[in-house]
Design a protein. Structure first.
Length: 310
């Protein structure tokens, strides 16, 4: 057990002590920082005043042990060596006083060791995604929204469709189906117009671009590409003849995006442009071919059918 108890909060009403289990952690590990509080009866409310990060540590979650004055703050860091965890701020109010006051825990160093990297190995997340539990208040907006939509839909059906059926009969609904390649190309053009990487949103640019191509694969080839790793997608696509014509571009497309999203890679502007160009090439290479209808007996040469995709 590693505990640093030398520093208490700067208030006589609140004393906070932070400690962690262990001395050394691996780079990217989740580290639970336990905060014990000694709080006087004059305190009305108290909670951590941390948004996204604590120094060079990224805050993953913050929970309170029921009604007790103990908290668990889960943090992680991509720095290695002896990394300084600064005092953690807590905001509190005294009964009968509307002013917000601050108290701080003690600070200490945490040793983080680097990870051994195999250049030939598979690129994957250091830690799996953390799913926050759903609370009742999280569902309420959706429940209210569904009820409102249902009421509007019911009124619309009764006052419009039902009367129209009684008069002239129901008209068949025409469902417009947009081909997957046209949907993907339109989505890529929208990403281009956002100019994400030009504004510094590198990770968002690669995430949106790869998700468009993954969704295209799902609709075009009926594979769950949105839930697959890059290696799994490539393993599936090697059985698709159309993919072999753009295999090098497709592999570079996904590998570059993985480096940005998971390894904090820093591609060049030309890499950003190539990523979008590869996305277009992949989609266009897999556009369904329009069958050529041979003309019946005719002395005129058949016109060659061509398909242009933008």
């Amino acid at each position: 057990m590693m505990a640093c108890c030398a520093s208490a909060a700067s208030s006589q009403n609140v004393q906070l002590t932070a400690k962690i289990n262990g001395d050394t952690f691996r780079l990217g590990d989740w580290i639970d920082v336990h905060v014990d509080g000694r709080i006087s009866n004059s305190i009305d409310t108290i909670a951590p005043a941390v948004k996204d990060s604590i120094g060079s540590f990224e805050l993953v979650s913050a929970t309170r042990d029921g009604a007790n004055t103990t908290w668990t703050l889960r943090v992680t860091s991509t720095d290695s060596g002896r990394v300084f965890l600064p005092p953690i701020p807590f905001a509190y109010k005294v009964k009968g006083d509307t002013a917000t006051r601050m108290a701080y825990t003690n600070s200490f160093f945490i040793s983080l060791t680097g990870l051994a990297i195999n250049p030939q190995g598979e690129i994957k997340d250091i830690k799996p995604p953390l799913w926050a539990p759903w609370l009742f208040e999280d569902f309420m907006p959706y429940v209210l929204g569904v009820l409102i939509i249902a009421a509007i839909a019911g009124a619309f059906y009764y006052f419009y469709w039902r009367k129209r059926k009684l008069k002239a009969g129901a008209e068949e609904e025409v469902k417009i189906i947009i081909p997957p390649h046209r949907e993907a190309l339109s989505a890529l053009r929208l990403v281009e117009e956002k100019k994400l990487w030009q504004q510094g949103y590198i990770k968002e640019y690669y995430t949106e671009t790869t998700e468009i191509v993954r969704r295209f694969f799902e609709k075009r080839w009926n594979i769950v590409a949105l839930e697959m790793t890059t290696d799994e997608i490539l393993d599936q696509m090697k059985h698709v003849p159309e993919s072999l014509t753009v295999w090098k571009e497709m592999e570079t497309f996904f590998r570059t995006a993985d480096m940005v999203k998971f390894a904090k890679g820093q591609p060049t502007p030309s890499d950003h442009e190539n990523e979008m160009r590869f996305a277009y090439d992949i989609v266009r290479a897999m556009v369904p071919k329009t069958p050529v209808v041979e003309p019946e007996q005719s002395n005129q040469p058949a016109q060659e059918a061509t398909t242009n995709v933008r």
